[in-house]
Structure formats: structure tokens, C-alpha cells
Ligand binder design. Structure first.
Ligand code: MN
Length: 251
């Protein structure tokens, strides 16, 4: 039996997760395996040094005290019979553009699924809070893209990072990873016991204007679809580095 595996990094109670479940519920049965709390910016972390607990809070809905990548592993290998026909992650509250990709638990959950050989899409909403209107539009976008993927397929090792603009949608674009700017953003304060502590703030301070980028697409009110690959090797660098005089020997 195959099923659609749904996860996120904002936690099992996120309205974005409920929206995503609703959007994919017309196809195969849906299994939800999601973190029991917000694990945003946990990246591709895998829990190896402690046990994981999965509580089935409703039929086919599992709350896990682990990371999004843990959830994909449990969803594929442990909790239910069969394998996913598709893995979707999100809908994240906040965009995942440019440099965000490797910090994002939302995107890395999709990457984990792609590493296992399953078609996978990460969805993020470029908003600071969920609104009914944005979630309604997002449902339509998810349905459209999932149907498109099921018809057209994806090349091996490729997964999709999809960002949805807040407000009216002016179009849909294939994009490349852009470049976001973050403020210096480390705040130093003093705790009640007189010791310094630091808080990484990194307020958003815009993005580089790169035509065809995910950042530009979202700024133009377009849905952004960036195909990403699981293999990080640069083929062009392999070729350009071929003339490095490499001949290391131990003395
Ligand atoms: Mn998140």
C-alpha cells in the first residue's frame, strides 16, 4: 500500500500542516508524521543519541519528539506498512529562499525523502502569520503542483523547494536559488545573574536582485519552484580543478 507522507518543521499543531494535509487528501491515503513542537531551523539533523517516541494522536497522525528528518525516517521505515508515493513538507510559516535552504527543517525533510528515492516537495508561505486567504490560495497551489508532479515526474535525486507569496498570486515561475541578506543581528544582553548571553537575530534586510531567482519571484508575487539536487558535488569545479598539482605523500 502506498500513501502520501506529510511532515513539517513548525510542529504537529501548525495550521500550515493542516492545510497541506487537506490539500493532498484527494489522492492516496495520508500519513502525517511531524515533530511534537516547533523545530524550525533544525536543518537536516538526525537524532542518534536518544530514543524517539511516536504518539498516534489520531488515526494515521503521529507526533514525534524528534526532527523533521527523524519524522521522514519513521514515516518511511517504522510507523506504517508500505512506502510513500510522495513526501510533502510544510506548509512552513515563512519563506525558505536563497541561503535559508540548508537551515530549513522543512526543506531538509524533503531532501531526506529525495535521498531515499521518493518524490518530495517542500512548501513555504512567505508570510509572518497564517491568514485564511493565504491558506486557501496555498491549498490550490499545492493541489496544482502535486498533480503536475504526479503526471510529469521528477528526475532522480531532485526535489522541489516551493515558496508561495502572501496575498494575490500573479504567476508561477521556475527559479534558481537566490541570495538573501541578513542583518548582523547578534544581540548581546545580560542575564539576571550578570552573565552575558547572545541571541542570533539576523533580521531580514532584503535580497540581491538576481533575475530568475526565488527571491525575485516571491517579490513579484509569483509562486517559486526551485528544483534542488541531493548531490552537492560541483561537476564544473571537478573539471576546473583537474589541473591542481595534487600529489600528496607522507614524509
Ligand atoms: Mn518552520
Amino acid at each position: 500500500m502506498s500513501f502520501i507522507l506529510v511532515t513539517n518543521d513548525d510542529g504537529i499543531h501548525s495550521p500550515g500542516l493542516a492545510c497541506l494535509v487537506d490539500a493532498v487528501s484527494e489522492g492516496d491515503p495520508v500519513v502525517v508524521v511531524a515533530p511534537d513542537r516547533n523545530r524550525s531551523a533544525i536543518g537536516h539533523a538526525l537524532t542518534l543519541d536518544s530514543p524517539l517516541r511516536a504518539e498516534e494522536i489520531r488515526n494515521g497522525v503521529f507526533s514525534v519528539d524528534g526532527t523533521p528528518t527523524d519524522c521522514v525516517n519513521l514515516g518511511v521505515h517504522g510507523l506504517v506498512a508500505g512506502k510513500p508515493s510522495l513526501v510533502v513538507s510544510g506548509i512552513n510559516l515563512g519563506a525558505n529562499l536563497g541561503d535559508d535552504i540548508t537551515y530549513s527543517g522543512t526543506v531538509c525533510a524533503a531532501m531526506e525523502a529525495a535521498l531515499m528515492g521518493f518524490p518530495a516537495i517542500a512548501f513555504s508561505l512567505a508570510a509572518r502569520e497564517f491568514s485564511i486567504d493565504d491558506l486557501t490560495r496555498s491549498t490550490s497551489v499545492v493541489r496544482y503542483l502535486v498533480n503536475t508532479l504526479l503526471v510529469s515526474g521528477l528526475p532522480e535525486g531532485i526535489f522541489l523547494n516551493v515558496n508561495i507569496p502572501s496575498g494575490s498570486i500573479n504567476g508561477i515561475s521556475l527559479t534558481r536559488q537566490g541570495k538573501r541578506h541578513y542583518g548582523e543581528g547578534i544581540v548581546q544582553k545580560t542575564d539576571p545573574r550578570g552573565r552575558s548571553y547572545y541571541w542570533i537575530g539576523g533580521g531580514d534586510s532584503g535580497f540581491e536582485d538576481i533575475p530568475g531567482s526565488d527571491c525575485n519571484a516571491i517579490a513579484a508575487g509569483h509562486v517559486s519552484i526551485t528544483p534542488l539536487r541531493t548531490g552537492f558535488t560541483s561537476e564544473s569545479a571537478l573539471q576546473s580543478m583537474a589541473d591542481w598539482p595534487l600529489s600528496f605523500t607522507m614524509d
